[in-house]
Design a protein around this ligand. Structure first.
Ligand code: SAM
Length: 304
């Protein structure tokens, strides 16, 4: 299987026009937040944000496959004592544009920014909004299962009479549970709250997300060999995660210096993967293959 990662410079609105309809299986991205980072890559005024975004998301809709997913990591700022509503307005506008708003995952930041405000507490979460083009989309739920943990051992040691049959909710919600179903299972499905530590230090980018974030969604919504797009790629985190998981990827950024960072991240990831192959394939014949891989790794391409 051949995989590759490409970094393209420009406004994603223009760059995406060179791609065919239905080119990508997943779009995972963190766009510039309204009015943030004015000194680095500009900031769109909250009042213009929805209009600005919709022009670009029309392209995202076009290049995404019908079975694909679009994950948007975003958080509204707080202004004049209240949260801005542009993200809520954006969700409604994206639905009008033709997207289905399937889910809202919460990225819980284990090491959120310290501080104190008179009207609120430290901001420890961001939205990861999940949109699709149709109700039937690719979702590999088994790929993100988590260990059951110790609660299962204690909870399942002594099963009561309500645990071995389906026990319907006593408040009449229609929900039910059968605890015995979890007996002898070591893995469970995760919740929609994802806990990752922030990783901005040493990345050379002021707003990089942790690699674990795109990684989780790539595992969940794509298969090996699929194509991932990050239209606001920054330091290239999504491209690194995609390559490491055996997916091809395209990253776009308007700033030449961030494209250079992303290209560097791609090359480093490819070389690391080549070195790992080499460590496991030490006979001479495989060594030749490794040399050919290494030559291609420099340009972001790998043969797995
Ligand atoms: C929040 S950062 C993304 C950070 C990235 N997730 C990472 O881990 O490094 C948003 C990026 O969007 C880029 N950007 C802003 N406007 C853009 C546009 N119209 N087209 C493409 N990239 C843009 C900025 O230069 C910035 O690097």
């Amino acid at each position: 299987m051949n995989i590759e990662a490409r970094v393209l410079q420009g406004d994603c609105l223009d760059v995406l026009k060179q791609f065919d309809d239905q080119s990508f299986d997943l779009i995972v991205t963190s766009p510039p937040y309204a009015d943030r980072r004015k000194s680095t890559y500009g900031g769109i005024h909250p009042a213009q944000y929805v209009e600005w975004f919709l022009e670009r998301s029309a392209q995202f809709l076009r290049v995404l496959k019908p079975s694909g997913s679009f994950v948007l990591n975003i958080k509204e700022k707080s202004e004049n004592g209240e949260r801005h509503t542009y993200v809520i307005e954006l969700i409604l506008a994206l639905r009008k544009q033709g997207w289905l708003w399937v889910e809202e995952y919460i990225w819980h930041k284990r090491n959120c920014y310290p501080g104190k405000w008179p009207n609120r507490f430290r901001d420890a979460w961001e939205r990861c909004l999940h949109f699709t083009k149709s109700k039937k989309f690719k979702m590999n739920q088994e790929a993100v299962m988590v260990p059951m943990g110790d609660w299962a051992k204690t909870r399942l040691r002594k099963l009561g009479k309500n645990d071995v049959v389906r026990f319907n909710s006593q408040v009449g919600s229609g929900f039910g549970k059968n605890i015995a179903n979890w007996h002898n299972r070591s893995m469970a499905y995760p919740t929609n709250v994802l806990t990752f530590a922030t990783e901005c230090a040493n990345k050379g980018h002021p707003a990089a997300f942790p690699k674990a974030l795109p990684e989780w969604f790539i595992k969940l919504f794509t298969d090996p060999g699929d194509w991932v797009l990050d239209p606001f790629v920054g330091s290239g985190t999504t491209l690194e995660a995609a390559l490491a998981l055996g997916r091809s990827a395209v990253g776009i950024d308007i700033m030449p210096e961030y494209c250079a960072l992303a290209q560097q991240a791609v090359t480093t990831q490819c070389l690391t993967m080549c070195a790992n192959f080499a460590a496991t394939e030490l006979n001479h014949e495989r060594h030749q293959v490794w040399h050919r891989r290494l030559a291609r790794a420099d340009c972001g391409r790998l043969h797995l």
